[in-house]
Design a protein around this ligand. Structure first.
Ligand code: GDP
Ligand code: MG
Length: 447
């Protein structure tokens, strides 16, 4: 996610950090690099211009240059300003105070609308609501079937009609059906377009008039960059949006869409989606996202995801074992399998403080499959005693394990080093002395 931008910013600040005291010229040189990095990430040029001006002004105005750690202070200012352009505080999804919550999802073709409708359905369901998905896209072949399949997958009813009708009329009947089925939320999927002509805009406006929506979410494909951002603005003009969902943030997209869309449209980003799995929907927190961009990690989202994937009780138990140093290879294996169910490990590494560099070292995208398969094979070739007490793994045991798992002793050693590092890291993150991260983790896990 935003790899290139993140790396460039980090290397710029690393260089600045070697300066000791910073002069105004040093600051300007660093900001020139930040500017180029943002433009290359396809961030809207006006957003970049204002961003750089604001950072410069704040850095010069706050005695940053005179401080003992000027580089850190500059990063702090950049962090604050990133949060500002991302919208400041998190803007939650609204619920209707009376009657059903009604959400319309719109956007250009292929932006991820139908998938998003299902994701929101799952999200609301997990919060104890009873949503219904509504199909109104008659243009795309099999769009209705796509929604039905997704609805079935998440156990949420889908309202659809066989005969083509205007979206507003379908939605009107869907609302009645939702009431009959005792659903308290509807999420309406809409047809896509490539350009917003009058007919399309009118259809969407008529739908909104009929539904009186609680939320109108505009899906913005991060792979389409600035073009998607400009189209989001047109959608907002046609149908008065209430929020943006930036999709496919896991892709190689340079990041421009996420960083520009708030400033360009004035609408808050409410969610981002980060993968093909339906669970890959994240509430958007500007501060956490800014931390990730700057390589500071996002432990809070990491722990939230862990809780979701492995259940709150298990997460607590694992954390307790970790903090007591009882973490063994069996736990390591279990954890790896759980991590696999949480989505991509490279995505997870980004959220761990100081780990964004490790991702490069470990080989990026290839990491997931081959890393898991090999590590699983190695641990499974160990006896129970070896898994519980890794310190008994001497040379001859390691050779036997390598032969048994079709790997080499060097592979086994590598895994053992990773295990040792993971154990250390976890102890550090959960121990009493580890400051904010440890406190945050313990707070979240409640121990
Ligand atoms: P629609 O035409 O706007 O309804 O878009 P769809 O929901 O049908 O999605 C288009 C394609 O994008 C599908 O293949 C989805 O699986 C894929 N997609 C949607 N969201 C994401 C995402 O967050 N990450 C990735 N990698 N793919 C996504
Ligand atoms: Mg669709």
């Amino acid at each position: 996610m935003l790899d290139a931008l993140s790396e460039r910013l980090q290397s710029t600040f690393r260089r600045l950090g070697t300066h000791g005291k910073i002069t105004e010229a040093d600051l300007d040189a660093a900001l020139r690099e930040v500017r180029v990095a943002l433009l290359e990430a396809d961030v809207n040029f006006r957003v970049v211009r204002d961003f750089i001006a604001a950072v410069r002004e704040r850095a010069l105005g706050q005695d940053v240059m005179q401080s003992i750690t000027p580089a850190q202070q500059v990063i702090g200012v950049v962090h604050q300003q990133l949060i500002a352009i991302l919208g400041g505080d998190q803007t939650p999804l609204q619920r209707a105070s009376q009657g059903p919550t009604k959400i319309i999802v719109c956007g250009i073709k292929g932006s991820g609308k139908t998938t998003l409708v299902a994701r929101l359905g799952l999200h609301l369901k997990s919060q104890g609501m009873r949503p219904m998905l509504v199909a109104t896209d008659f243009d795309r072949v099999a769009a209705t079937e796509q929604l039905q399949v997704l609805g079935e997958q998440i156990g949420v009813p889908v309202y659809s009609e066989v005969k083509e009708a205007p979206a507003a009329q379908v939605a009107k009947r869907a609302l009645r059906e939702a009431e009959r089925q005792n659903c308290n939320a509807i999420i309406v999927d809409t047809r896509g377009t490539v350009s917003l002509d009058d007919e399309f805009a009118d259809g969407l406006a008529a739908l909104a008039d009929e539904v009186d929506p609680t939320e109108v979410l505009i899906a913005v494909d991060s792979m389409t960059g600035q073009e998607a951002v400009n189209l989001a603005k047109e959608f907002d003009e046609a149908v008065e949006g209430t929020g943006i969902v930036v999709t496919k943030v896991d892709s190689d997209a340079r990041g421009g869409a996420v960083l520009s869309v708030r400033s360009v449209t004035g609408l808050p980003v409410k969610f981002i989606t980060t993968g093909e799995r339906l669970e890959a929907l994240e509430a958007f927190y500007p501060d956490r996202f800014a931390s990730r961009v700057l390589g500071m990690g996002d432990v809070v989202t990491l722990v939230e995801r862990a809780k979701q994937a492995i259940g709150e009780r298990d997460a607590k138990e694992v954390a307790r074992r970790m903090s007591r140093g009882e973490f063994d290879l069996q736990d390591f294996l279990t954890q790896m399998q759980q991590v696999k169910s949480m989505g991509s490990i490279t995505g997870m590494l980004e959220m761990m403080p100081g780990m964004s560099g490790l991702k490069q070292q470990l080989g990026g995208a290839n990491l997931d499959e081959s890393y898991f398969k090999q590590s699983e094979a190695i641990i499974q070739s160990m006896t129970v005693a070896e898994r519980r007490r890794p310190d008994i793994l001497n040379g001859s045991r390691r050779r036997r394990i390598a032969a048994g798992s079709g790997t080499t002793p060097a592979d086994v050693n590598r895994l053992m080093n990773q295990f040792t590092q993971a154990k250390k890291l976890m102890q550090m993150m959960t121990s009493n002395k580890s400051g904010a991260v440890g406190r945050g983790l313990r707070g979240l896990l409640g121990f």
